[in-house]
Design a protein around this ligand. Sequence first.
Ligand code: 3LM
Length: 416
Amino acid sequence: MRNNKNQKSQWQPATMTIHGGKQPDQHGALVAPLYQTATFAFNTTAEGSARFAGEESGYIYSRLGNPTTNELEARVAQLEGFPAGAACATGMGAVSAAMLAFLQQGDHVVVADAIYGCSFALFSHLFKKFGIEVEFVDMTDAENVRGAMRDNTKMVFIETPANPHLKIIDIAAVAAIAHERQARVIVDNTFMTPLLQQPRKQGADLVIHSATKFLNGHGDVVAGLICGSAEDIEMIKSTTLKDMGATMSPHDAWLILRGLKTLDVRMERHCQNAVKVAEYLVQQPFVRDVYFPGLPDHPAQRLMGTQMHGSGAVIAFELHGDSQDAQRLLDYLELITIAVSLGDAETLIQHPASMTHSPYSAEARARAGISETLIRIAVGLEAADDIINDLAQAFAKTFVIDNTKEQQQGETVSYG
Ligand code: 3LM
């Protein structure tokens, strides 16, 4: 069929985001139709029974499958280079459905030590409750993974670049160690998107996304995706997704399909803006450290061109000062929005210790280096100069004007 776009795997990623995996429509609609329906009518009882028995293909009920969510699954899976995908209600729905489909009581999981706060909570609290042992290791040295592997290790969970510090893990090195023990490697690719990193090429067995972020890109959806082999995705869909039920709504899938079309141009602008903001931050006297894969001295540079094809748009930075300075800096911002999440058109800034990483215990946060003066900025699509000017006026108010006032007050007291 003329508009069956499935065959052209040689297309470049920018073309794939628009045409890859596109299903032909019976009316020739340019845009994938939204099947906003909970259930599907059977022509006869025999047809319905045959679909439930798996003897006949066809839709039954949207938790079990829907043409709009199926289209999104196929398209993201193609971008990631996997044969199949599963759409989930949220990124956390994707993490939990992908992991629990392959785990049972008594299994052991090795997890990177610095990851998104709710993933940390899932592994450190909930998994424990169900008898799954979790070991957190610093995977920036892949040999630490070898030391943690046991006979009952079934999965190795990686987030790279990791939330919030942009720590980088060599996926190929970790996957080689995990596969020696037949453990599945699962990579959270949220910060990169398949345009900047395709973990399957480095040996990942499953890739998950918080599609809430760059994939959708417009801040109006919470959603998740899992990509993997046809067998693994079938296992996830027929167990944890079907029976625990964190599946994606067709409307959210439709919005993400729309967002995907501009992923390539958005990522290009996100990355360009982030480089400019990072270069500005590095020069600020009130900034102690800047963590950003695009900086020349960042460990990510070793994997640029192989594992990574861009630096992304999330920057973390450490202030000189205290938690009050961090709070004041954020409160003085006028253009940049104080909000969690990332990958939106709007530049968002947040305080990991009290926000995204508050599910960590204070001790675990200290171990992971998530200090009170760490700030994370998710650079958006505005003009870079406007983002930088807003930071500049907030830095000036926090560190120059306020500190001068404090000094003057201090002087008044000491000399008064
Ligand atoms: C955040 N992160 O602001 P959802 N994996 C990664 C993530 O960063 C996230 C998820 C999974 C943020 C959300 S904090 C309350 C807001 C690397 C989410 C989970 O379930 O779609 O939120 O994805 O860092």
